[in-house]
Design a protein around this ligand. Structure first.
Ligand SMILES: [Zn+2]
Length: 174
């Protein structure tokens, strides 16, 4: 993406760069940024935490909109809602799956032609992360093949490397 983002997720790369420059605080409330925080940059190149940016109307306050998440994002989260209802997934799984998709879209330009496969992978990922005993059982109820789930899962894993969402997880399931 060549477009300069004024609202973005502070991924490891940007975080380290800011840290090296000694610019890791919100200019307004002085809170120290942490990796994966969502921050905003003003026209004068001042950095704000998302909350302060909302307070001074630098951003809309709608994080999905501010991060420029597009139609594919909405379609994928709709699919997650529909599929979760169909397979009677726990609410916490659905919420985590949507979080996974939100952060993935915020971090990366996702190019998937198969949004159902992506939605299924997010649900499967959320199931595994939640420590459910038989994620395979969930997988067998998802409306796509396990091969497609695995393919999308690898992509999500890669995009979400070092994400707080994965902190609790030891990463031994692949
Ligand atoms: Zn602030």
């Amino acid at each position: 993406m060549s477009k300069t983002k004024t609202v973005y997720v502070l991924n490891r790369g940007s975080f380290c760069k800011l840290q090296n420059q000694g610019k890791i605080k919100c200019i307004r409330c002085q809170i120290e940024f942490e990796e994966n925080d969502i921050i905003a940059t003003s026209a004068a190149s001042q950095r704000y935490c998302y909350k302060c940016a909302s307070n001074i109307n630098l951003v809309s306050g709608d994080v999905t909109k501010d991060l420029g998440l597009d139609g594919a994002f909405k379609e994928t989260t709709n699919q997650i809602r529909k599929i979760s209802q169909k397979i009677k997934a726990e609410k916490s799984i659905k919420i985590l799956a949507i979080e996974i998709i939100k952060e993935s879209f915020a971090r990366s330009l996702i190019q998937s032609k198969n949004l159902t496969g992506l939605a299924c992978a997010a649900i499967y990922f959320a199931t595994v992360l939640s420590g459910q005993k038989n994620p395979e059982t969930i997988a067998s109820h998802l409306p796509t093949s396990f091969r497609v789930i695995q393919k999308n899962l690898l992509m999500l894993r890669c995009i979400l490397m070092n994400s707080k969402l994965l902190e609790k997880f030891d990463g031994s399931y692949l």
